[in-house]
Ligand binder design. Structure first.
Ligand code: GLN
Length: 483
């Protein structure tokens, strides 16, 4: 029946009318997985038997009339989010056998709604990367072109969504890891405001930047997913004690008179010509929908990548100190405790993770702290202030999500700096803590999707979703499927 190709809201109405059951959706999903997963490899773990059990529970619930937005909807979860009793590896050898004894708040909320878990998706090890090539298990391929990467680090979640191997997925975003893969795979990726969604049970990479969010097939589904996962959580001290409004309510309000800022610093040299042209057309389309487009400046944009790679690596070096072979995960023995630590970490971490631990340990070390870490924090404040100032005169800011479409597998693996630059447009958003969404806005001549990034004020996910929805309804890029 091809139910795997539908969205959450389309399936919801079929489920609620009892025209289909959660088991019908699941069987179409697994047909798709059997057909394509060998080539794409979105998943690290597929929880097939559990999926069927969960679908049956959902079906009973629906028959009893106990229905939530996600009851019976099959969802894939990034493998750095803890699921109780289910292998959670972070795509690292050091956690190759880690079975969490607890559930993350986000998946706990999905469980309450009786969702159906499909499995845990591939990522760059510890979410460090932009291509999913840093996974210690396997690489994931882009469903639009198997020669290309799906982006990263939530590449498995984005590829599974684009390949209709799930209905929607959950990712995490520290410097672009939801938005950039969403843009490479032609799907919608939402990074909520820092504090909007609980990080409890998300395996930490850089705690002042990490945020969980949805990857979906359209904007309505992004709003539905956000409704389900957002909100205060006493288990995460950084989660914001704010009321959540229903994000579906204002989606279809028009955008006449809304002010859209286009930062001149983001339309830089080096940006791919086709991306530039496609995003420029998208901005014109927003204008034709009644928005007022103005040029703005975010003057400290140039420093964002450097600042990010100091702060993120510093936090990572501290967060990853817990993997010592004692408490959980891999242990490689040695003649004494120190040698056991060293052997475990040497065998357990991949090259990129080691690079980041070394960089972060260096920037935090006595004598260098002031020159690097403190300086980076000061510049981070300036970047935040750039956004605050810009948002005094505009409602949202629009940019390309990534300077290029999906690149080829292997193209950037030998040049970490080139890889880091792939997130040049997404990183400052995490540094400022504000929300942003990536939506498909066209295709290159090679039929690769291009993403438009819409950035909002802190805790104003409502407006970015509204702009995204208005754009989506005026174009049909969302209808085009990869497979
Ligand atoms: N690509 C960026 C990095 O490598 C961002 C990763 C992320 O958002 N998790 O750090």
């Amino acid at each position: 029946m091809g139910l795997n190709k539908l969205t959450i809201h389309e399936l919801r109405s079929l489920l609620d009318k009892k025209e289909i059951s959660p088991l019908d959706i699941l069987s179409d999903i697994y047909k798709q997985i059997e057909k394509y997963e060998d080539k794409i490899k979105s998943y690290i773990t597929i929880t097939r038997q559990l999926s069927y059990e969960m679908a049956e529970i959902a079906e009973k619930s629906i028959l009893k009339g106990e229905i939530s937005a996600l009851t019976g909807i099959p969802i894939a979860v990034k493998d750095n989010i803890c699921t109780k009793g289910i292998l959670t590896t972070c795509a690292s050898k050091i956690l190759h056998n880690y079975i969490p004894p607890y559930e993350s708040t986000v998946t706990e909320r999905l469980l309450k709604q009786k969702y159906v878990l499909l499995g845990k998706t591939n990522l760059d090890e510890f979410a460090m990367g932009s291509s999913t090539e840093n996974s210690s298990f396997h690489i994931t391929r882009n469903p639009w072109n198997y020669q290309c990467v799906p982006g990263g680090s939530s590449g498995g979640s984005a590829a599974a969504t684009a390949a209709d191997e799930c209905i929607a997925s959950i990712g995490s975003d520290t410097g672009g890891s939801i938005r950039q893969p969403a843009s490479f795979c032609g799907v919608v990726g939402l990074k909520p405001t820092y504090g909007r969604v609980s990080r409890f049970g998300l395996i930490a990479f850089a705690s002042s930047l990490d945020q969980i969010g949805p990857i979906t097939k359209d904007v309505t589904d992004a709003a539905i997913m956000l409704n389900s996962i957002a909100g205060y959580d006493p288990l995460d001290s950084t989660s914001a004690p704010l009321q959540i409004r229903d994000y579906l309510l204002s989606l279809d309000k028009d955008i006449k008179g809304l002010k859209i800022g286009v930062p001149k610093e983001f339309f830089i040299e080096g940006i791919n010509k086709e991306v530039y042209n496609i995003v420029t057309l998208a901005i014109r389309r927003l204008e034709s929908l009644g928005a007022i487009v103005v040029e703005i400046s975010l003057p400290h944009t140039d420093y964002a990548v450097a600042v990010y790679y100091i702060i993120a690596t510093s936090e990572a070096s501290s967060n990853l100190a817990r993997y010592d072979g004692v408490k959980y995960g891999l242990r490689v023995s040695g003649k004494d405790l120190l040698e056991m630590y060293m052997n475990t970490r040497a065998k357990g971490f991949g090259e990129e993770v080691k690079r980041r631990i070394m960089l972060g340990t260096y920037t935090l070390s006595a004598g260098y702290y002031d020159a690097y870490y403190r300086k980076a924090q000061q510049v981070r404040t300036l970047i935040m202030k750039d956004f605050q100032k810009a948002f005094e005169s505009v409602d949202v800011i629009v940019t390309p999500t990534s300077p290029t479409p999906a690149f080829k597998v292997g193209e950037k693996t030998s040049d970490p700096l080139q890889m880091y630059l792939s997130d040049i447009f997404t990183i400052s958003v995490n540094l400022a803590g504000v929300p942003a969404i990536s939506i498909p806005c066209g295709f290159t001549s090679d039929n690769l999707p291009v993403g438009l990034q819409i950035i909002g004020k802190s805790f104003d996910e409502e407006t970015i979703l509204r702009v995204a929805y208005n754009y989506e309804q005026s174009e049909d890029f969302f209808k085009k499927r990869a497979l």
